[in-house]
Ligand binder design. Structure first.
Ligand SMILES: [Zn+2]
Length: 493
Protein backbone atom coordinates (compact mmCIF):
# COMPACT_ATOMS: atom_id res chain seq x y z
CA UNK A 1 0.00 0.00 0.00
CA UNK A 2 1.31 3.40 -0.95
CA UNK A 3 2.28 5.68 1.92
CA UNK A 4 0.56 9.05 2.36
CA UNK A 5 2.93 11.95 2.89
CA UNK A 6 1.83 15.48 3.75
CA UNK A 7 3.60 18.23 1.78
CA UNK A 8 3.21 21.76 3.14
CA UNK A 9 5.19 24.96 3.58
CA UNK A 10 5.18 28.04 5.78
CA UNK A 11 8.15 30.37 5.35
CA UNK A 12 9.01 33.70 6.84
CA UNK A 13 12.26 35.35 7.87
CA UNK A 14 11.28 37.87 10.51
CA UNK A 15 13.26 41.04 11.08
CA UNK A 16 11.93 41.99 14.50
CA UNK A 17 13.19 45.55 14.04
CA UNK A 18 10.81 46.12 11.13
CA UNK A 19 7.52 47.88 11.81
CA UNK A 20 5.99 46.23 8.72
CA UNK A 21 4.00 43.17 9.82
CA UNK A 22 3.67 40.07 7.64
CA UNK A 23 -0.10 39.96 7.39
CA UNK A 24 -2.26 37.79 5.17
CA UNK A 25 -1.92 40.30 2.33
CA UNK A 26 1.89 39.97 2.53
CA UNK A 27 1.62 36.16 2.28
CA UNK A 28 -0.84 36.41 -0.62
CA UNK A 29 1.50 38.84 -2.40
CA UNK A 30 4.50 36.47 -2.26
CA UNK A 31 2.44 33.28 -2.55
CA UNK A 32 -0.36 31.64 -0.57
CA UNK A 33 -1.35 28.41 -2.28
CA UNK A 34 -4.04 26.07 -1.03
CA UNK A 35 -3.90 22.28 -1.28
CA UNK A 36 -5.54 22.06 -4.70
CA UNK A 37 -3.14 24.57 -6.29
CA UNK A 38 0.21 23.41 -4.93
CA UNK A 39 1.13 20.71 -7.45
CA UNK A 40 0.48 22.97 -10.45
CA UNK A 41 2.34 25.95 -9.01
CA UNK A 42 5.51 24.12 -8.02
CA UNK A 43 5.89 21.32 -10.58
CA UNK A 44 8.99 21.87 -12.68
CA UNK A 45 10.49 24.51 -10.35
CA UNK A 46 13.72 24.24 -8.34
CA UNK A 47 11.94 25.05 -5.07
CA UNK A 48 11.71 22.64 -2.08
CA UNK A 49 8.10 21.67 -2.79
CA UNK A 50 9.14 20.37 -6.23
CA UNK A 51 11.88 18.35 -4.52
CA UNK A 52 9.27 16.84 -2.18
CA UNK A 53 7.00 16.04 -5.14
CA UNK A 54 9.79 14.31 -7.02
CA UNK A 55 10.66 12.32 -3.88
CA UNK A 56 7.05 11.09 -3.75
CA UNK A 57 7.44 9.81 -7.31
CA UNK A 58 10.81 8.24 -6.53
CA UNK A 59 9.59 6.44 -3.40
CA UNK A 60 6.11 5.58 -4.63
CA UNK A 61 4.40 7.78 -2.02
CA UNK A 62 1.02 9.45 -2.38
CA UNK A 63 1.40 13.20 -1.80
CA UNK A 64 -1.24 14.89 0.34
CA UNK A 65 -1.02 18.63 -0.19
CA UNK A 66 -1.48 21.19 2.55
CA UNK A 67 -1.13 24.96 2.25
CA UNK A 68 2.20 26.34 1.02
CA UNK A 69 2.90 29.98 1.75
CA UNK A 70 5.70 32.49 2.02
CA UNK A 71 5.99 36.24 2.56
CA UNK A 72 8.87 38.59 1.82
CA UNK A 73 10.95 39.04 5.00
CA UNK A 74 9.53 41.77 7.24
CA UNK A 75 8.36 42.38 10.77
CA UNK A 76 6.50 39.72 12.79
CA UNK A 77 3.80 37.54 11.25
CA UNK A 78 0.38 38.78 12.31
CA UNK A 79 -1.69 36.57 14.58
CA UNK A 80 -4.33 36.26 11.85
CA UNK A 81 -1.82 35.19 9.19
CA UNK A 82 -0.15 32.69 11.52
CA UNK A 83 -3.42 31.18 12.73
CA UNK A 84 -4.82 30.97 9.20
CA UNK A 85 -1.82 29.33 7.53
CA UNK A 86 -0.78 27.12 10.47
CA UNK A 87 -4.45 26.21 10.91
CA UNK A 88 -4.77 25.09 7.29
CA UNK A 89 -1.63 22.95 7.53
CA UNK A 90 -2.79 21.32 10.78
CA UNK A 91 -6.23 20.71 9.25
CA UNK A 92 -4.61 18.98 6.26
CA UNK A 93 -2.56 16.84 8.66
CA UNK A 94 -5.68 15.88 10.63
CA UNK A 95 -7.88 15.15 7.62
CA UNK A 96 -6.59 11.66 6.92
CA UNK A 97 -4.12 9.09 8.23
CA UNK A 98 -0.55 9.99 7.29
CA UNK A 99 2.72 8.08 7.23
CA UNK A 100 5.00 11.10 7.27
CA UNK A 101 5.35 14.85 6.74
CA UNK A 102 7.59 16.90 4.45
CA UNK A 103 7.48 20.48 5.66
CA UNK A 104 9.18 23.47 4.06
CA UNK A 105 10.09 26.08 6.67
CA UNK A 106 12.52 28.99 6.84
CA UNK A 107 13.44 28.75 10.49
CA UNK A 108 13.44 32.40 11.57
CA UNK A 109 9.75 33.11 11.97
CA UNK A 110 8.52 35.32 14.77
CA UNK A 111 4.79 35.87 15.09
CA UNK A 112 2.88 38.50 17.04
CA UNK A 113 2.09 35.92 19.72
CA UNK A 114 5.19 33.69 19.66
CA UNK A 115 8.94 34.23 19.23
CA UNK A 116 9.32 30.72 17.82
CA UNK A 117 6.95 30.45 14.86
CA UNK A 118 8.36 27.16 13.59
CA UNK A 119 8.47 25.62 17.08
CA UNK A 120 4.81 26.53 17.48
CA UNK A 121 3.93 25.20 14.02
CA UNK A 122 5.63 21.88 14.78
CA UNK A 123 4.03 21.65 18.23
CA UNK A 124 0.59 21.99 16.66
CA UNK A 125 1.38 19.34 14.08
CA UNK A 126 2.51 17.01 16.87
CA UNK A 127 -0.78 17.81 18.58
CA UNK A 128 -2.69 16.04 15.81
CA UNK A 129 -0.05 13.55 14.64
CA UNK A 130 1.51 12.44 17.92
CA UNK A 131 5.21 11.63 18.27
CA UNK A 132 5.39 8.57 16.05
CA UNK A 133 4.66 10.03 12.60
CA UNK A 134 8.03 11.25 11.30
CA UNK A 135 8.29 14.95 10.38
CA UNK A 136 11.06 16.04 8.00
CA UNK A 137 11.68 19.76 7.63
CA UNK A 138 13.83 21.86 5.36
CA UNK A 139 15.24 25.18 6.51
CA UNK A 140 16.87 28.23 4.99
CA UNK A 141 20.61 28.57 5.64
CA UNK A 142 19.70 31.67 7.68
CA UNK A 143 17.50 29.74 10.09
CA UNK A 144 17.54 30.48 13.81
CA UNK A 145 17.10 26.93 15.05
CA UNK A 146 15.41 26.76 18.45
CA UNK A 147 15.51 23.93 20.94
CA UNK A 148 11.80 23.32 20.39
CA UNK A 149 12.28 22.96 16.63
CA UNK A 150 15.06 20.42 17.13
CA UNK A 151 12.96 18.45 19.65
CA UNK A 152 9.82 18.35 17.53
CA UNK A 153 11.28 17.54 14.10
CA UNK A 154 12.79 14.13 13.31
CA UNK A 155 14.73 15.26 10.26
CA UNK A 156 16.08 18.75 9.60
CA UNK A 157 18.09 19.79 6.54
CA UNK A 158 19.12 23.35 5.60
CA UNK A 159 20.44 24.72 2.33
CA UNK A 160 24.22 24.57 1.97
CA UNK A 161 24.56 27.47 -0.48
CA UNK A 162 24.26 31.26 -0.26
CA UNK A 163 22.96 32.38 -2.79
CA UNK A 164 20.45 29.61 -2.11
CA UNK A 165 20.64 27.51 -5.23
CA UNK A 166 20.11 24.09 -3.60
CA UNK A 167 16.53 24.33 -2.33
CA UNK A 168 15.50 21.31 -4.40
CA UNK A 169 18.51 19.28 -3.27
CA UNK A 170 17.93 20.04 0.43
CA UNK A 171 14.34 18.83 0.01
CA UNK A 172 15.48 15.65 -1.73
CA UNK A 173 17.94 14.91 1.05
CA UNK A 174 15.32 15.39 3.78
CA UNK A 175 12.85 13.20 1.89
CA UNK A 176 15.41 10.43 1.36
CA UNK A 177 16.12 10.28 5.09
CA UNK A 178 12.35 10.09 5.62
CA UNK A 179 12.27 7.13 3.22
CA UNK A 180 14.95 5.30 5.21
CA UNK A 181 12.99 6.07 8.38
CA UNK A 182 9.75 4.67 6.97
CA UNK A 183 11.65 1.57 5.83
CA UNK A 184 12.74 1.04 9.43
CA UNK A 185 16.41 1.46 8.51
CA UNK A 186 17.10 4.46 10.75
CA UNK A 187 15.56 6.34 13.69
CA UNK A 188 16.60 9.95 13.10
CA UNK A 189 17.19 12.36 15.96
CA UNK A 190 18.02 16.05 15.58
CA UNK A 191 20.79 17.62 17.68
CA UNK A 192 21.50 21.35 17.56
CA UNK A 193 24.39 23.40 18.93
CA UNK A 194 24.68 27.15 19.16
CA UNK A 195 27.37 29.50 20.47
CA UNK A 196 27.30 32.89 22.21
CA UNK A 197 26.89 34.69 18.91
CA UNK A 198 24.16 36.16 16.71
CA UNK A 199 26.38 36.74 13.70
CA UNK A 200 28.95 34.42 12.16
CA UNK A 201 30.26 32.26 9.32
CA UNK A 202 30.48 35.33 7.09
CA UNK A 203 26.64 35.37 6.89
CA UNK A 204 26.95 31.95 5.25
CA UNK A 205 28.39 33.15 1.95
CA UNK A 206 29.50 30.31 -0.30
CA UNK A 207 30.62 32.32 -3.32
CA UNK A 208 34.27 32.58 -2.33
CA UNK A 209 36.66 30.63 -0.09
CA UNK A 210 35.97 31.52 3.54
CA UNK A 211 34.48 30.46 6.87
CA UNK A 212 31.25 28.91 5.53
CA UNK A 213 32.87 26.70 2.92
CA UNK A 214 35.49 25.64 5.48
CA UNK A 215 32.96 24.58 8.11
CA UNK A 216 30.84 22.82 5.48
CA UNK A 217 33.95 20.89 4.48
CA UNK A 218 34.50 19.84 8.10
CA UNK A 219 30.81 18.91 8.33
CA UNK A 220 31.11 16.74 5.22
CA UNK A 221 33.98 14.83 6.86
CA UNK A 222 31.86 14.14 9.99
CA UNK A 223 28.95 13.08 7.77
CA UNK A 224 31.01 10.05 6.73
CA UNK A 225 30.88 8.66 10.28
CA UNK A 226 28.55 5.74 10.87
CA UNK A 227 25.28 6.87 12.41
CA UNK A 228 25.46 10.42 11.03
CA UNK A 229 22.69 11.00 8.50
CA UNK A 230 23.09 14.71 7.74
CA UNK A 231 24.88 17.80 9.02
CA UNK A 232 23.94 21.31 8.03
CA UNK A 233 25.24 24.68 9.15
CA UNK A 234 22.94 27.66 9.72
CA UNK A 235 24.39 31.15 9.61
CA UNK A 236 21.37 32.31 11.59
CA UNK A 237 19.42 35.52 11.15
CA UNK A 238 20.91 38.26 13.33
CA UNK A 239 18.18 40.87 12.78
CA UNK A 240 15.88 38.96 15.12
CA UNK A 241 15.73 39.94 18.76
CA UNK A 242 14.79 36.53 20.14
CA UNK A 243 16.45 34.40 22.80
CA UNK A 244 17.81 31.73 20.43
CA UNK A 245 18.99 33.76 17.41
CA UNK A 246 22.32 33.05 15.76
CA UNK A 247 24.45 30.51 13.92
CA UNK A 248 23.87 26.84 14.66
CA UNK A 249 24.93 23.38 13.59
CA UNK A 250 22.30 20.69 13.12
CA UNK A 251 23.27 17.02 13.19
CA UNK A 252 20.69 14.44 12.21
CA UNK A 253 21.89 11.20 13.71
CA UNK A 254 20.60 7.66 13.74
CA UNK A 255 19.35 7.47 17.31
CA UNK A 256 20.36 9.71 20.20
CA UNK A 257 24.12 9.45 20.70
CA UNK A 258 26.40 11.78 22.67
CA UNK A 259 28.77 11.76 19.69
CA UNK A 260 26.30 13.84 17.65
CA UNK A 261 26.33 16.58 20.27
CA UNK A 262 30.14 16.52 20.29
CA UNK A 263 30.26 16.92 16.51
CA UNK A 264 27.81 19.83 16.60
CA UNK A 265 29.84 21.54 19.37
CA UNK A 266 33.12 21.01 17.54
CA UNK A 267 31.74 22.62 14.39
CA UNK A 268 30.32 25.50 16.44
CA UNK A 269 33.79 26.02 17.90
CA UNK A 270 35.10 26.40 14.34
CA UNK A 271 32.40 28.97 13.67
CA UNK A 272 33.37 30.88 16.81
CA UNK A 273 37.04 30.92 15.78
CA UNK A 274 36.27 32.37 12.35
CA UNK A 275 33.88 35.09 13.59
CA UNK A 276 36.07 38.01 12.52
CA UNK A 277 36.63 36.79 8.98
CA UNK A 278 34.47 38.21 6.19
CA UNK A 279 34.80 37.67 2.46
CA UNK A 280 32.98 40.89 1.56
CA UNK A 281 33.72 44.45 2.60
CA UNK A 282 30.97 47.03 2.36
CA UNK A 283 31.78 50.56 1.20
CA UNK A 284 29.70 53.68 1.65
CA UNK A 285 27.77 55.24 -1.22
CA UNK A 286 30.33 58.02 -1.80
CA UNK A 287 33.14 55.50 -2.24
CA UNK A 288 30.98 53.47 -4.61
CA UNK A 289 30.27 56.54 -6.76
CA UNK A 290 34.00 57.31 -6.89
CA UNK A 291 34.75 53.75 -8.07
CA UNK A 292 32.15 54.09 -10.83
CA UNK A 293 33.59 57.41 -11.93
CA UNK A 294 37.11 55.99 -12.10
CA UNK A 295 36.01 52.85 -13.94
CA UNK A 296 34.14 54.81 -16.60
CA UNK A 297 31.60 53.32 -18.99
CA UNK A 298 31.89 49.66 -19.92
CA UNK A 299 30.30 46.96 -22.04
CA UNK A 300 29.48 44.92 -18.94
CA UNK A 301 27.81 46.36 -15.83
CA UNK A 302 29.34 47.31 -12.55
CA UNK A 303 26.88 45.77 -10.08
CA UNK A 304 26.07 47.74 -6.94
CA UNK A 305 24.39 45.86 -4.09
CA UNK A 306 22.27 47.94 -1.70
CA UNK A 307 23.24 45.81 1.28
CA UNK A 308 21.64 47.83 4.08
CA UNK A 309 18.15 47.87 2.59
CA UNK A 310 17.77 44.29 1.43
CA UNK A 311 14.09 43.29 1.29
CA UNK A 312 15.39 39.71 1.48
CA UNK A 313 16.34 40.42 5.10
CA UNK A 314 13.42 42.57 6.10
CA UNK A 315 14.62 45.88 4.66
CA UNK A 316 11.80 48.18 3.60
CA UNK A 317 13.01 48.22 0.00
CA UNK A 318 12.42 51.94 -0.31
CA UNK A 319 15.48 53.39 1.45
CA UNK A 320 16.94 56.08 -0.76
CA UNK A 321 20.61 56.31 0.31
CA UNK A 322 22.16 54.52 -2.67
CA UNK A 323 19.68 55.68 -5.31
CA UNK A 324 19.98 59.27 -4.10
CA UNK A 325 23.77 59.07 -4.39
CA UNK A 326 23.51 57.68 -7.93
CA UNK A 327 21.16 60.45 -9.03
CA UNK A 328 23.36 63.11 -7.42
CA UNK A 329 26.44 61.64 -9.14
CA UNK A 330 24.51 61.67 -12.45
CA UNK A 331 25.41 58.04 -13.20
CA UNK A 332 24.72 57.26 -16.87
CA UNK A 333 23.55 54.13 -18.71
CA UNK A 334 22.37 52.68 -15.40
CA UNK A 335 19.41 50.76 -14.01
CA UNK A 336 18.11 50.18 -10.47
CA UNK A 337 15.83 47.38 -9.21
CA UNK A 338 13.68 47.78 -7.32
CA UNK A 339 12.37 50.72 -5.34
CA UNK A 340 9.21 49.75 -3.49
CA UNK A 341 6.74 52.60 -3.91
CA UNK A 342 3.15 51.70 -4.72
CA UNK A 343 2.09 55.34 -4.80
CA UNK A 344 4.81 56.39 -7.27
CA UNK A 345 4.06 53.35 -9.46
CA UNK A 346 0.40 54.41 -9.43
CA UNK A 347 1.30 57.95 -10.55
CA UNK A 348 3.32 56.49 -13.45
CA UNK A 349 0.36 54.28 -14.44
CA UNK A 350 -1.96 57.27 -14.40
CA UNK A 351 0.42 59.37 -16.48
CA UNK A 352 1.06 56.63 -19.07
CA UNK A 353 4.12 55.50 -21.01
CA UNK A 354 6.18 58.37 -22.42
CA UNK A 355 4.81 60.92 -19.93
CA UNK A 356 7.00 63.24 -17.89
CA UNK A 357 6.23 63.08 -14.19
CA UNK A 358 7.44 64.80 -11.05
CA UNK A 359 7.00 62.74 -7.93
CA UNK A 360 8.34 61.86 -4.53
CA UNK A 361 10.13 58.50 -4.70
CA UNK A 362 10.87 56.04 -1.88
CA UNK A 363 11.65 56.81 1.73
CA UNK A 364 8.02 56.55 2.71
CA UNK A 365 8.07 53.60 5.12
CA UNK A 366 10.60 55.18 7.48
CA UNK A 367 12.34 58.39 6.37
CA UNK A 368 15.04 57.64 8.95
CA UNK A 369 16.55 55.45 6.20
CA UNK A 370 16.69 58.29 3.67
CA UNK A 371 14.05 60.89 2.92
CA UNK A 372 11.85 60.57 -0.18
CA UNK A 373 13.61 61.79 -3.33
CA UNK A 374 11.93 64.54 -5.35
CA UNK A 375 12.55 63.43 -8.90
CA UNK A 376 11.45 64.35 -12.39
CA UNK A 377 11.60 61.68 -15.05
CA UNK A 378 10.04 59.88 -17.97
CA UNK A 379 7.75 56.86 -17.65
CA UNK A 380 9.54 54.39 -19.93
CA UNK A 381 7.42 51.30 -19.33
CA UNK A 382 4.37 50.15 -17.38
CA UNK A 383 4.14 46.53 -16.22
CA UNK A 384 1.71 44.40 -14.26
CA UNK A 385 4.69 43.29 -12.15
CA UNK A 386 4.09 39.61 -12.92
CA UNK A 387 6.84 37.28 -14.09
CA UNK A 388 8.52 33.93 -13.42
CA UNK A 389 12.06 33.70 -12.05
CA UNK A 390 14.43 31.93 -14.44
CA UNK A 391 17.82 32.32 -12.74
CA UNK A 392 19.76 29.82 -10.63
CA UNK A 393 17.84 30.65 -7.43
CA UNK A 394 14.19 29.64 -6.91
CA UNK A 395 13.85 29.01 -10.64
CA UNK A 396 10.21 28.79 -11.61
CA UNK A 397 8.89 30.90 -8.71
CA UNK A 398 5.95 33.12 -9.66
CA UNK A 399 6.35 36.76 -8.74
CA UNK A 400 3.55 39.31 -8.55
CA UNK A 401 4.81 42.75 -7.52
CA UNK A 402 1.58 44.49 -8.43
CA UNK A 403 1.44 47.33 -10.97
CA UNK A 404 5.00 48.57 -11.48
CA UNK A 405 6.81 51.00 -13.78
CA UNK A 406 10.17 52.00 -15.18
CA UNK A 407 10.93 55.63 -14.45
CA UNK A 408 13.98 57.17 -16.17
CA UNK A 409 15.62 59.81 -14.01
CA UNK A 410 18.72 61.27 -15.65
CA UNK A 411 20.64 58.23 -16.91
CA UNK A 412 19.03 55.75 -14.52
CA UNK A 413 16.12 53.45 -15.38
CA UNK A 414 14.45 52.79 -12.03
CA UNK A 415 12.09 49.85 -11.62
CA UNK A 416 9.44 51.27 -9.29
CA UNK A 417 7.71 48.26 -7.77
CA UNK A 418 4.26 47.88 -6.29
CA UNK A 419 5.54 45.31 -3.78
CA UNK A 420 8.65 44.61 -1.70
CA UNK A 421 10.94 42.10 -3.37
CA UNK A 422 14.64 41.31 -3.39
CA UNK A 423 15.86 41.71 -6.97
CA UNK A 424 18.04 38.60 -7.09
CA UNK A 425 16.89 37.45 -10.51
CA UNK A 426 17.48 39.25 -13.85
CA UNK A 427 13.74 39.10 -14.54
CA UNK A 428 13.24 42.03 -12.16
CA UNK A 429 14.78 44.09 -15.00
CA UNK A 430 13.96 41.94 -18.04
CA UNK A 431 10.21 41.79 -17.42
CA UNK A 432 10.26 45.60 -17.60
CA UNK A 433 12.18 45.70 -20.87
CA UNK A 434 15.62 46.42 -19.40
CA UNK A 435 18.53 44.13 -20.25
CA UNK A 436 20.84 44.46 -17.24
CA UNK A 437 23.73 42.83 -19.14
CA UNK A 438 23.77 45.78 -21.56
CA UNK A 439 23.91 48.52 -18.91
CA UNK A 440 27.12 50.13 -17.69
CA UNK A 441 25.94 50.21 -14.06
CA UNK A 442 23.17 48.32 -12.33
CA UNK A 443 22.08 48.48 -8.70
CA UNK A 444 20.00 45.89 -6.85
CA UNK A 445 18.51 45.79 -3.40
CA UNK A 446 20.13 42.53 -2.34
CA UNK A 447 22.96 41.54 -0.02
CA UNK A 448 24.33 38.36 -1.58
CA UNK A 449 21.67 36.40 -3.50
CA UNK A 450 22.15 38.67 -6.54
CA UNK A 451 25.53 37.03 -7.17
CA UNK A 452 23.93 33.90 -8.62
CA UNK A 453 22.27 35.76 -11.50
CA UNK A 454 24.42 38.89 -11.83
CA UNK A 455 27.87 37.51 -10.97
CA UNK A 456 28.28 36.04 -14.48
CA UNK A 457 27.51 39.37 -16.20
CA UNK A 458 29.29 41.71 -13.78
CA UNK A 459 32.33 43.76 -14.71
CA UNK A 460 32.81 44.36 -10.99
CA UNK A 461 30.68 43.94 -7.86
CA UNK A 462 30.54 46.67 -5.21
CA UNK A 463 28.63 46.03 -1.98
CA UNK A 464 27.31 49.29 -0.56
CA UNK A 465 26.18 49.87 3.01
CA UNK A 466 24.81 53.37 2.84
CA UNK A 467 24.07 53.21 6.55
CA UNK A 468 20.35 53.60 6.16
CA UNK A 469 18.46 50.34 6.31
CA UNK A 470 17.12 47.59 8.48
CA UNK A 471 19.74 45.09 7.33
CA UNK A 472 22.83 47.14 8.05
CA UNK A 473 25.84 45.27 9.40
CA UNK A 474 26.15 47.71 12.25
CA UNK A 475 24.26 45.79 14.95
CA UNK A 476 25.07 48.41 17.58
CA UNK A 477 22.44 50.68 15.96
CA UNK A 478 19.70 48.19 16.96
CA UNK A 479 18.39 47.67 20.48
CA UNK A 480 18.34 44.02 21.46
CA UNK A 481 16.35 43.08 24.59
CA UNK A 482 15.48 39.41 24.31
CA UNK A 483 18.57 37.73 22.87
CA UNK A 484 20.64 35.72 25.36
CA UNK A 485 23.57 37.73 26.76
CA UNK A 486 26.46 38.07 26.65
CA UNK A 487 26.55 37.56 22.92
CA UNK A 488 28.89 38.39 20.06
CA UNK A 489 29.15 41.03 18.60
CA UNK A 490 26.93 43.01 20.99
CA UNK A 491 28.96 42.36 24.13
CA UNK A 492 32.22 40.82 23.00
CA UNK A 493 35.21 41.83 20.86
ZN1 LIG B 1 18.63 32.82 3.55
Amino acid sequence: MSRSILIAGFKHETNTFSAQPADLAAFRSRGLYHSGEVADVFRGTRIEIAGFMEACDRHGWTPVYGTVSEATPSGPVSREAFETIAGEIVAAAAAQPLDGVLLQLHGAMVAAHTDDGEGEMLARLRGVLGREIPIAVTLDLHANVTGAMADLADIMVSYRTYPHIDMFEAASEAADILARTLAGEVRPKVTVARGPMIDGVDHGRTTSPGPMLEVLESAARFEKEAGVLSITVNAGFPWADIEEAGPSVVVVGDGAQPRHGEIAKQLMAEIWESRHRHTVTCVNAAAAMESIRQAGPGAKPIVLADFADNPGGGGYGDATGLLGAMIAADVQDAAFATVFDKEAAGICHQAGEGAQVSLSLGGKTDPKFGAPLDVRGTVMRLTDGKFILDGPMAKGARIDMGPSAVLRVGGIDIVVAGGRFQAYDRQYFLHAGIDPAKKSVIAVKSAQHFRAAYGPIAREIIVVDSGGGLTSNDFTTLSYNKVRRPVYPLDMD
